[in-house]
Design a protein around this ligand. Structure first.
Ligand code: DX5
Ligand code: ZN
Length: 223
């Protein structure tokens, strides 16, 4: 199934509850956490996640763009994440592996995110334990960038890794996904489409989400 995951990085924080209501037609909430070190930007963290968790029953997918995520994964699980994804570039493979085990021990799904320049092979040590791989289709840090087409080849490689192992692992594309690029991402093998600025800048979000799904209809059986 193709899932649409609005990134609330682009929401109106004064009206976050209203903005969450406006994306009820989507499949999950994408929650971007930035520490100003791993990426040159700061966003939000645990108190906001707790508030969002208390407000909605939607699936919350936490994308940690922070150094040494092992320090915080347990807290994000406790604060209400359904899935916590860490960046493979943010620590040693051993520490990333431990972080994945901590997330799973708390009964949550673990994800690993990779930057555009990181090869699919970096996922090898972890892939069997993951509920999601996030292929960054922009350099992480900011919404509103253009999708890097060169990453689609890697999306196809990740899809192959997942299929050849018979895994039940979502493949997300994150950054620059819109009606024009979404079909290419799905064709390459992605099944979760993260979208921030596109959905939240639309006046009618529900229609925007349905149009994004609709852009895939000619290619696939979407639902
Ligand atoms: C970028 C974030 C993305 C981003 C997606 O570092 O991880 O989730 O906000 O937003 P758009 O759709 O604006 O590219
Ligand atoms: Zn993200």
């Amino acid at each position: 199934m193709i899932k649409i995951a609005p990134s609330i990085l682009s929401a109106d924080f004064i009206n976050l509850g209203r903005d969450i209501d406006s994306i009820a037609a989507a499949d999950e909430i994408h929650f971007d956490v930035m520490d100003g070190l791993f990426v040159p930007n700061l966003s939000f963290g645990l108190p906001v996640l707790k508030a969002v968790r208390g407000y909605t029953d939607m699936v919350i997918d936490v994308h940690l763009m922070i150094e040494r995520p092992i320090r915080y994964v347990e807290n994000f699980c406790r604060a209400g994440a359904d899935l916590v994804a860490v960046h493979v570039e943010a620590d040693t493979p051993e520490a990333i592996s431990q972080a994945i085990d901590i997330i799973r021990a708390r009964g949550k799904k673990a994800g690993v995110a990779i930057k555009p320049g990181t090869p699919a092979s970096a996922l090898e040590p972890f892939i069997d334990r993951l509920g999601e791989v996030i292929c960054m289709t922009v350099e992480p840090g900011f919404g509103g960038q253009s999708l890097r087409m060169d990453v689609l080849k890697k999306v196809a490689e990740v899809r192959k890794m997942v299929e050849s192992r018979g895994l039940n692992c979502d493949i997300s594309v994150d950054g620059g996904v819109n009606r024009a690029t979404a079909p290419l991402c799905v064709e390459a093998g992605a099944n979760v489409l993260v979208n921030g600025t596109g959905i939240f800048s639309a006046e009618n979000r529900e229609r925007n989400i349905e149009e994004l799904r609709g852009s895939l209809q000619p290619y696939f059986d979407v639902r």
